[in-house]
Design a protein around this ligand. Structure first.
Ligand SMILES: [Zn+2]
Ligand SMILES: [Zn+2]
Ligand SMILES: [Zn+2]
Length: 325
């Protein structure tokens, strides 16, 4: 029977409307790979990208590079637009839009990284974030990854993106507001509460010493998976190294479980970090949301800003738990 669910964090509504007998493996999508003749992210082709803003290590062959996006959505030099007034609000598109080239190896996708290689990625995020936040101009940093054409990636060489924004994204605003309301009512951090509940619930897929991975209660897509710290962690960038490695392992485990279920699945991975202006909030902390691109966003989604999902998260979780080695 269909069910209407509300995501406890964002307040977003999803209709869970399972089709008879649909299994997680039925959502498999095949994509044709279009490869450029010269990949701009491969070693030796560095001159095909704008000059790098960060590289690890600083000397010798690089392992991670961060470069400005060739087609940026925002620019630190954007001029004020000609039109725009109080009614038709518009302002200069100020910001940074950068690409993190995650590996020198063209064929290596994220789920095949070692935990240390994933940790290196977090280190690159942290270093670049520090550089951008020192400018004291930006309201939010959004890290995300698009994998596969359906999920918006135009190149197959493993990479992610970073946007420094002059505004707080409305989705974050909503999550923060709801978390604050919850805190006022209960004196509990909403994300700690969620982590506690999911660690013992039917949507659990993996539990590590410090993190919990589970199927979202009200997902936007089949197999939408969240990763939360199991402790109050209001500042992503101050995670101790042993926890970073644990997080890397959990992320790899999740990607590998999904990859086993749906080989080459397209996805978006979003880091919802705390706003830099208010770290150490008692009621909110960072989390990862991994959203596979399996069903089409269509009329209902555009019209209602809500989602129809044809797979019960609890069934997806049971299936994924069975895939565990
Ligand atoms: Zn390449
Ligand atoms: Zn918390
Ligand atoms: Zn979130």
């Amino acid at each position: 029977m269909p069910e209407i669910r509300r995501d406890p964090l964002s307040g977003r509504i999803s209709l869970i409307a399972p089709e008879r007998g649909q299994r997680p493996t039925d959502f498999s999508v095949s994509e044709e790979k279009v490869e450029p003749i010269r990949c701009p992210f491969c070693p030796g082709n560095e001159e095909l990208t704008p000059p790098e803003v960060l590289r690890i290590p600083e000397e010798g062959p690089w392992r991670v590079r961060i470069v400005p996006n060739r087609y940026p959505a925002l620019s630190p030099e954007a001029a004020p637009p000609a039109g725009g007034d109080e009614f038709f609000a518009a302002e200069a598109g100020l910001g940074h839009h950068e690409v993190i080239i995650e590996t020198p190896e063209h064929q290596k996708s994220l789920e095949r990284f070692s935990p240390e290689e994933v940790r290196l990625l977090f280190e690159a995020f942290r270093k670049r974030a520090r550089g951008l936040l020192d400018q004291k101009r930006w309201a939010y940093l959004l890290f995300f990854k698009n994998r596969g054409r359906r999920a918006g990636a135009s190149l197959s060489h493993s990479h992610s993106q970073l946007l420094a924004l002059p505004f707080l994204p409305p989705l974050l605003e909503r999550e923060l507001r709801r978390a604050e309301e919850f805190y006022r009512r209960t004196r509990r951090c909403l994300l700690c509460e969620l982590a506690d509940r999911e660690a013992h619930g039917p949507r659990l897929i993996h539990l590590s010493p410090h993190f919990v991975a589970f199927q979202a209660f009200a997902p936007r897509q089949p197999l939408e998976t969240w990763i939360l710290p199991r402790f109050h962690s209001p500042n992503f960038f101050s995670l101790p190294p042993e926890m970073e490695i644990d997080l890397a392992r959990v992320l790899l485990r999740v990607l590998q479980l999904l990859e086993k279920t749906l080989p080459q699945f397209p996805y978006n991975l979003v880091f919802h970090l705390e706003p830099p202006s208010t770290p150490e909030l008692p009621y909110f902390h960072w989390h990862l949301e991994l959203i596979p691109s399996l069903t089409r966003v269509a009329g209902f989604e555009w019209g209602a800003e809500s989602y129809i999902v044809p797979l019960r998260p609890e069934e997806a979780a049971a299936f994924l738990r069975d895939q565990n080695p």
